[in-house]
Design a protein around this ligand. Structure first.
Ligand code: 5GP
Ligand code: MG
Ligand code: MG
Length: 179
């Protein structure tokens, strides 16, 4: 698996520091409140697990799975909810936890869906952001790392469902895509 990686863009240590920073920021932001933190599966599962340990206010968790049609490296914007939330979110402060935003299509759909459920507030935190890929007007409230327009894997992010368990963010060797 490590042999398929051409370059490590962000190390395990750098990610750890950044996630702690994001957690501190969110703890201040939600002081005195009890947000519902929603993990967007599957990609955000590692970020979510590490992030919530750095949040010091009481939270509740839920998970949502969506599939966006497209190729394995680009999303088309046609989004389908595979797993919805377990309970009503009416009146709640919602924090969406996402792994990476590229075109923004997946999240602009999701933010819309959640906002229509009469929530109190919706905020979005992403660990990685590729602003140059954006095709819709969508910004995260909080973003960890700005990435160039390259396809990355690791720390939850896959290529054809592999590489999610790499502890860092890397770029695959070109021959991995062609094999
Ligand atoms: P968007 O709808 O913003 O174009 O894409 C969002 C989803 O596509 C992300 O949640 C992620 O699952 C996937 N994605 C976008 N860029 C990358 C990338 O560089 N690497 C991987 N593995 N997945 C990505
Ligand atoms: Mg994702
Ligand atoms: Mg994927």
């Amino acid at each position: 698996m490590q042999n398929d990686i051409q370059e490590i863009l962000i190390s395990q240590e750098e990610i750890k520091e950044k996630v702690a920073e994001l957690g501190q920021h969110l703890s201040k932001e939600y002081e005195g409140r009890n947000p519902l933190v929603i993990c967007i599966l599957k990609g955000a599962f590692i970020f979510m697990a590490d992030l919530v340990k750095e949040i010091t206010v009481p939270i509740e968790l839920d998970f949502m799975a969506v599939s966006s049609y497209g190729t394995s490296t680009k999303s088309s914007g046609e989004v389908k909810i595979i797993k919805d939330l377990d309970s009503s979110i009416e009146g709640r402060d919602i924090l969406i936890v996402e792994d990476i935003i590229d075109s923004g299509l997946t999240l602009s759909y999701l933010v819309d869906v959640l906002q229509r459920r009469n929530v109190k507030s919706v905020k979005l935190v992403t660990l990685f952001d590729k602003p140059s890929g954006r095709t819709v007007n969508l910004e995260a409230d909080l973003a960890g790392f700005i990435l160039p327009d390259a396809f990355v894997v690791g720390y939850g992010l896959d290529y054809a469902e592999k590489y999610r368990n790499l502890p860092y963010i890397g770029v695959l060797k070109p021959e991995v895509y062609s094999s």
